[in-house]
Design a protein around this ligand. Structure first.
Ligand code: ZN
Ligand code: FE
Length: 257
């Protein structure tokens, strides 16, 4: 079982899983990127496409890929996609290549957004979380409320510590700038920022990242930690409960330069 981040557009990753000669892809915003990869890997069959949410940078390649390969498309029950798809939601599972993906509802970025989590025999578990959780950040609230996004991130944060978090964008360095402004004395955050800078200077992805790292460094998973909460309250003294603190932090990030 091989995990491959395929770069697309300027900062998307189309995550791919290869099992023998079978391929699964997640959120193919760009069909040509996947078709070019398939052309250079003769014999490999794309048979399954997972979609986390309806945005074009995650679905733009669906029609082309379905036409070229006949792959099945599995995606959010609550969202419309450019092609027909098998609708899934919380509690459903998707079997592929000996794995069983659990579907998790993670409303916030969009209302129907889903994530896919699977234990992997002999390897760390996998999480495909689309635009919900980014390394050192989280997705913008285009459709959902802060309360929904906080609950979604809480669900993801409760998965096994060694889970490999496969985010759909390489936003890590800009997120880290904000994280360091919010949580400047976090030693793990400082170390992680150095490692990410080094990886990006060699054009390597910062992803996947271990969930344990995110729990230690991501301010959006740490809005209840004393240091992060204090920092938020310096800007928004009225943000006293968990949801208001999370909403204030998301607002702060939107305005952060
Ligand atoms: Zn999106
Ligand atoms: Fe996106």
């Amino acid at each position: 079982m091989q995990l491959i981040p395929l770069p697309a557009f300027s900062d998307n990753y189309i995550w791919m899983l290869k099992d023998q000669q079978r391929l699964l892809v997640v959120d193919p915003g760009e069909g040509s990127a996947v078709l070019n990869w398939l052309a250079s890997h003769p014999g490999v069959q794309l048979d399954t496409i997972l979609v986390t949410h309806h945005h074009a940078d995650h679905t733009g390649g669906l029609s082309e890929l379905v036409q070229a390969t006949g792959a099945r498309v599995i995606g959010p029950a609550l969202e419309k996609l450019p092609v027909e798809h098998s609708p899934v939601a919380q509690g459903h599972t998707v079997a592929w290549g000996g794995l069983s993906f659990q579907v998790i509802d993670v409303p916030g970025h969009t209302l129907g957004h889903v994530a896919f989590f699977a234990p992997v025999p002999g390897q760390a578990p996998l999480l495909f979380c689309g635009d919900t959780l980014f390394s050192a950040g989280c997705g913008r609230l285009f459709e959902g409320t802060p309360a929904q996004m906080l609950a979604s991130l809480d669900q993801l944060s409760a998965l096994p510590a060694d889970t490999r978090v496969c985010c759909a964008h390489e936003y890590t360095l800009s997120n880290l700038k904000f994280a360091l402004a919010v949580d400047p004395h976090n030693a793990e955050l400082q170390t992680y920022a150095g490692q990410c800078q080094q990886r990006r200077s060699q054009s390597l992805p910062t992803l996947p990242v271990a969930l344990s790292t995110e729990r230690a460094i991501n301010p959006f998973l740490r809005t209840r930690a004393a240091a992060v909460r204090q920092s938020i309250q310096q800007h928004w003294p009225e943000a006293r409960d968990d949801v208001s603190a999370f909403a204030a932090l998301r607002q702060w990030k939107n305005e952060f330069q």
